[in-house]
Design a protein around this ligand. Structure first.
Ligand SMILES: Nc1nc2c(c(=O)[nH]1)N[C@H]1C(S)=C(S)[C@@H](COP(=O)(O)O)O[C@H]1N2
Ligand SMILES: [Mo]
Length: 320
């Protein structure tokens, strides 16, 4: 009689609940894997799907990076580092929704003949917005390919006429704890600050970005204006900039001050210099999925032909 009853019970009921759940998970992930491959294939052509935001007027297409396949917009705009809005990758998109980026002014000061200010409207109207597809590599070993919109930082800097004493350029993010809840916590020495040598700042690849994928920068990506330095680790690409200062001494930078053994001033992408807690030899492409193979990271993130000459004579293992 017991045997008879058992036979009558559907298999789902006699299967131990955990085993059942496990099997369902397996079936689900097998299905996901299948669809993952399919959507990866589609995403080669449709990275631009789901783009939301205010279109930038007159973005000039360029050939820079036109052989690279951009990462999907949704990944680039939902997996962020922007500690002013929280320390988890999913925090900035949630916590920056109400961030006010108008009016916005960048103050330019220090070793220059024409210090002054420039408003975001003049930045948008006064400089040709180009599309440049750049690789972007974070210290945490994730990478992405982004069609950034903007122009060479040097074109803006020249207007303020830096003097021969301007050996470095320092940058500063907005300091506004009311709008940036992360700044109410003592996690970094606010405001976020970064710096470049004047040669790096004037290099034509170094970009002041006002948008991505043809739309104005989403708040979580550093609206309304941020730096993009494609051969350096992501933390050099400071967001929501309000201050630019020319100086003759190497400026204070937030991360290298906080953990000098982990983050250097130069921070050039270098597979041969490990972060103390992990190797930098490989990276994973954002959105490629957990089954995707790691890819080897290149010196200067693949931009050695363009920028290696900036560092001739510099020991890149010491000066990381
Ligand atoms: N002001 C500010 N800028 C910042 C950061 C930050 O926390 N605050 N994070 C940096 C780091 S560590 C990275 S990897 C990039 C991430 O840029 P993304 O979110 O557009 O990918 O922004 C950089 N710029
Ligand atoms: Mo980063």
């Amino acid at each position: 009689m017991i045997i008879k009853t058992k036979k009558a019970i559907p298999s789902s009921d006699i299967t131990d609940q955990a085993v059942w759940e496990q099997r369902r998970t397996f079936i689900k992930s097998a299905a996901l894997l299948g669809s993952g491959i399919a959507s990866w294939h589609i995403s080669l052509n449709s990275y631009a799907e789901d783009i939301t935001g205010k279109a930038l007027p007159d973005v000039q297409k360029t050939t820079i990076g036109n052989k690279l396949t951009p990462t999907a917009f949704k990944h680039v705009t939902s997996y962020n580092n922007f500690y002013e809005f929280g320390v988890n990758k999913g925090d900035p998109i949630e916590n920056s929704k109400d961030f006010q980026t108008r009016p916005w002014t960048i103050k330019v000061s220090g070793e220059c003949e024409a210090p002054g200010e420039i408003g975001i409207e003049d930045i948008l109207a006064g400089f040709t917005q180009e599309e440049r597809i750049y690789r972007f590599r974070c210290v945490e070993a994730w990478a992405m390919v982004v069609p950034w919109n903007g122009f060479s930082l040097g074109d803006l800097l020249k207007r303020f006429k830096p003097t021969s004493k301007a050996k470095y350029v320092a940058f500063q993010t907005l300091n506004d704890p009311e709008q940036m809840p992360g700044q109410k916590r003592n996690i970094l020495d606010w405001p976020y600050r970064e710096g470049l040598t004047i040669e790096e700042a004037m290099h034509p690849l170094t970009m002041l970005s006002t948008g991505l994928y043809g739309v104005e920068l989403p708040n979580q990506n550093g609206a309304p204006v941020r730096l993009v330095v494609p051969w350096k680790y992501g933390f050099k690409s400071i967001k929501s900039i309000v201050g630019i200062h020319f100086t003759d001494t190497m400026p204070y930078t937030t991360w290298s001050d906080m953990a000098a053994d982990e983050y250097g001033f130069y921070a050039n992408v270098n597979p041969d210099v490990s972060h103390p807690r992990w190797s930098q030899k490989y990276h994973r492409q954002l959105g490629a999925g957990v089954f995707a193979r790691k890819q080897p990271t290149e010196l200067f993130n693949g931009y050695a032909d363009e920028v290696a000459s900036l560092y001739s004579g510099l020991d890149l293992k010491k000066n990381y």
